[in-house]
Ligand binder design. Structure first.
Ligand code: AKG
Ligand code: FE2
Length: 111
């Protein structure tokens, strides 16, 4: 689990100024709580950044690299980033779920 704080970004804002850069999570999946401040974006299949608009009382679930590996990329890990252009503070709490780090990851056999 991480407790993340994104200060308001001052000055010139452009695509090089990010709270957290584009990445996939490397565990199996992540449950993310975010406050009401919009910042999280998800890359869709067309290569476009889509806002993951905060919905009160809900969590975001991101699939991670372990899940993608187990399913041979049938389910892909979500490329995401956080850009806080709101002018106010933002908090989020991701909780990461995965195997122990010494577990060998292989594609699951399909019946
Ligand atoms: O703060 C967010 O919305 C995303 C955080 C995140 O992607 C991470 O910690 O891996
Ligand atoms: Fe992440």
């Amino acid at each position: 689990m991480r407790l993340l704080y994104y200060p308001p970004q001052a000055g010139m804002l452009d695509d090089r100024v990010l709270g957290i850069g584009a990445h996939t999570d490397y565990e199996c999946f992540t449950i993310l709580w975010q406050d009401e401040v919009q910042a999280l974006q998800v890359l869709n299949a067309s290569g476009k950044w889509i806002d993951a608009v905060p919905i009160p009382g809900t969590f975001v679930v991101n699939l991670g690299d372990q899940f993608a590996r187990w399913t041979n990329d049938v389910f892909k890990s979500t490329v995401h980033r956080a850009v806080n252009r709101s002018g106010t503070e933002r908090y989020s709490i991701p909780l990461f779920f995965g195997t122990d780090y010494n577990v060998k990851l292989e594609v699951c056999a399909v019946a």
